[in-house]
Design a protein around this ligand. Structure first.
Ligand code: AMP
Ligand code: MN
Ligand code: MN
Length: 326
């Protein structure tokens, strides 16, 4: 599907809902803000929606308060734009209701995108979804405000791990250069997103370090995060963003897994087990999207995830059996 068809459709829309995945990262939040605020520039009525608590590190982004966890009456929207989601279910509880909005536009950079919706703008080569939004906005000749510049810059910075991951391309730098020209201050973004860490987050990190296990061949590391650890430190899941990278940086490790026990299932040792979210990261030599897809999830080559039910020992055993083939 050509970019022109998407642009034509967006131009026809009047009331637009914008949504992204639960537990949003910098790219998800940056995508919501940049697309939403750009559409407002061309006089569209927009609502920015995300059902999760947003990580506090992004509170500095201009207009962050515009993102609401309640989209109100969904019947008023003619169009919904789903951003940075490999499938529609990723938006969370409202996915069913949102799927009834007449026109669904899917803008994303996951190789595993299910191609849901009436219109798709998907490019797995894009470093971030905000890179695709930059392309749309420039093609539509919408002026880039400072708020939009901050949002696009933050999305690319977050998804490239501060320009260190393998998706760090010339294009990523070129767009970020443009965004800095339009008023985004890289030092300010870095200060907020990486250089400020609460004491309780440090305590949580300490607990997480204690759970690290490495497979016999040394190629897989596993971190475990329980609800008890969040309670004991007074932290929430938004404080966990990025901590898996410590497990990935361990010498010889090719794949790191973070097993997160969801709030719905407290009894880790119960015979029926609990609900887990598993985050996977690789050093680039292994495609973890394939592993995540085999478990019903998805993602990118170096960062992927899935949701599963089971007991902790079962889950670890399944992952250790994969480590033999790494
Ligand atoms: P996470 O480890 O949850 O931060 O996710 C890493 C990457 O995997 C992101 O690009 C997500 O979009 C993707 N991902 C995580 N969980 C799932 C899931 N249950 N289904 C599909 N994709 C997922
Ligand atoms: Mn994302
Ligand atoms: Mn992304």
């Amino acid at each position: 599907m050509s970019m022109n068809q998407i642009i034509q459709q967006i131009t026809k829309s009047k009331r637009v809902l914008l949504a992204t995945h639960i537990h949003p990262d910098g790219d998800a939040i940056g995508s919501l803000l940049s697309m939403g605020l750009a559409l407002e520039e061309i006089k569209k009525k927009v609502q920015l929606y995300n059902e999760s608590v947003l990580p506090a590190v992004y509170n500095f982004l201009p207009s962050i308060h515009r993102i609401k966890d309640d989209a109100g009456d969904l019947e008023i929207y003619d169009t919904v734009i789903i951003l940075d989601c490999s499938d529609l279910q990723r938006v969370g509880n409202a996915a069913g209701a949102i799927s009834r909005i007449p026109t669904i536009i899917n803008i994303d950079h996951h190789a595993t995108n299910s191609r849901f919706g009436n219109y798709q703008f998907i490019d797995p080569k894009a470093s971030a979804t905000t890179e695709l939004i930059y392309r749309l906005i420039t093609a539509m000749e919408i002026p880039v405000t400072t708020a939009v510049a901050y949002a696009i810059y933050t999305g690319i910075m977050a998804d490239t791990g501060s320009f260190r991951f393998s998706n760090t391309t010339q294009e990523a730098f070129k767009i970020c250069h443009e965004m800095v020209r339009h008023g985004a201050d890289p030092h300010k973004v870095a200060q907020h997103v990486y250089e400020t860490i609460s004491l309780k987050r440090v305590k949580l990190l300490n607990m997480l370090f204690d759970t690290i296990e490495v497979s016999e061949n040394g190629k897989l590391s596993i971190m475990t995060l329980t609800q008890n650890m969040l309670h004991a430190t007074g932290t929430s899941i938004t404080d966990v963003n990025g901590l898996i990278n410590y497990a990935r940086r361990i010498e010889n490790v090719k794949v790191a897994a973070l097993l997160y026990e969801r709030a719905s299932g407290r009894q880790l040792r119960s015979p029926n087990g609990s609900a887990f979210h598993v985050s996977l990261r690789s050093d680039g030599s292994v495609n973890v999207a394939n592993i995540a897809t085999a478990f019903g999830g998805g993602g990118h080559r170096s960062a992927a995830g899935f949701d599963t039910l089971g007991t902790l020992p079962e889950l670890k055993n399944e992952l250790y059996s994969i480590s033999d083939h790494l």
